[in-house]
Design a protein around this ligand. Structure first.
Ligand code: ZN
Length: 89
């Protein structure tokens, strides 16, 4: 196991496949905006400690990244998150 720590931008280092608009999305921040190339997918319900929330799946047209947007009124760090391994195609 090698540890190659080239200094790069934080988002790019975590998700090298993210296109520029995706890299600009503020993750885990409620009410952060997405970007215009995101295509809305399916809604699903999820159980949280306080009750049920709605999570919406989005795909990026440009880079194929899958995003989940959690609509959670009581959790400030809900919102956008990249879905690992769920790339389109
Ligand atoms: Zn993208």
């Amino acid at each position: 196991m090698t540890q190659d720590s080239t200094p790069t931008q934080a988002n790019a280092a975590k998700n090298p496949a993210l296109c520029e608009p995706c890299a600009g999305i503020q993750q885990n921040w409620r009410r952060a905006p997405g970007h215009v190339e995101l295509i809305q997918g399916v809604n699903r319900k999820a159980e949280r400690s306080h009750g049920q929330v709605t999570i919406t799946r989005y795909w990026c047209e440009r880079c194929g990244t899958a995003w989940d947007y959690e609509n959670n009124k009581v959790k400030m760090d809900a919102g956008w998150s990249v879905v690992p391994g769920a790339r389109r195609g």
